[in-house]
Ligand binder design. Structure first.
Ligand SMILES: Nc1nc2c(ncn2[C@@H]2O[C@H](COP(=O)(O)OP(=O)(O)OP(=O)(O)O)[C@@H](O)[C@H]2O)c(=O)[nH]1
Length: 256
């Protein structure tokens, strides 16, 4: 508000105040008339103030509601950007982000699993049944590992679990439980057969880059497929490749 607008807004009140001051200063003045004028203006100011307060309360309520909606929208956008819409698991990008962040802080096992012969499930029972299997596998992992476990869907029927641990043996045990839990899971009609998954594990010291951790787990996963599926393979226990690729000098060397 400009000073001129400010002066205009209170022009009548300022005049009434000047009149009241003059009456107060002069013992012979008609103080009642000045007081009556003052009362009128004072009441008008109170009415106006109440109206403004009500309006500002309404504006504050509207603003709070809009803030809440914005916050919910931001959360929805964040969820959509980081989760797989079918299963609710973390999506590939979020798995990479979370695993990379974890590997900077601590030792971590990366467990990757792939449903065996998933194509047959689609072929025999239909694509919607295949979708149900994907969702059920994620719920099964959550039930087994806890709702806070970082479970991701990194491909069609491939999943990953980020498992921070300094104990490689613990990672092997968790992978074994995952393999057993999926083999024991009942998927319900129309899927009238056992479904299994192959599991690969890499255990990685702090500082390992995600790409290396993932390629090790993936190698172990394909070793599990080659070994007949429905089993767990640990990268560190795989036989060395016939022609070893140029290995990084240090397991924790970051990738460039
Ligand atoms: N229902 C469904 N099927 C999917 C989805 N994403 C990928 N698939 C299917 O998953 C199947 C994967 O088949 P393959 O890569 O041959 O693997 P597989 O049959 O599981 O065989 P192995 O991995 O060797 O045991 C393909 O038929 C894809 O169409 C999805 O979101 N929903």
């Amino acid at each position: 508000m400009t000073p001129k607008a400010d002066a205009d807004l209170f022009a009548q009140e300022s005049a009434a105040l000047a009149q009241a001051r003059a009456a107060h200063a002069d013992p012979r003045a008609d103080a009642r008339a000045a007081l009556a004028d003052m009362i009128g203006h004072y009441e008008r100011l109170m009415r106006e103030s109440r109206r403004l307060i009500r309006r500002s309360d309404r504006a504050e309520l509207d603003m709070n509601q809009m803030n809440r909606q914005l916050h919910e929208l931001a959360q929805q956008l964040e969820y959509r950007a980081t989760h797989d819409p079918l299963s609710g698991a973390l999506n590939r990008a979020a798995v990479i982000d979370q695993a990379s962040a974890c590997l900077q802080q601590e030792d971590m096992a990366l467990i990757v699993l792939d449903i065996d012969h998933f194509k047959w499930i689609n072929d025999d029972f239909g694509h919607p049944a295949g979708d149900t299997v994907i969702k059920t596998v994620v719920s099964c992992l959550r039930k087994l590992l806890g709702s806070d476990a970082a479970v991701g869907r990194v491909g069609g029927e491939e999943f990953s679990v980020i498992w921070p641990t300094a104990d490689a043996e613990e990672a092997r045990e968790v992978a074994g439980h995952i393999c057993d839990a999926i083999a024991d899971q009942v998927f319900g009609a129309p899927i009238n057969r056992q479904i299994t998954a192959s599991v690969g594990v890499s255990w990685n010291p702090r500082g390992t880059c995600f790409e290396l951790a993932y390629s090790r787990a993936d190698e172990a996963l394909y070793a599990a497929k080659r070994a007949g599926r429905n089993c767990v393979k640990i990268h560190s226990q795989l036989p060395p490749p016939v022609t070893p690729p140029p290995a990084p000098s240090d397991a924790s060397t970051p990738c460039h």
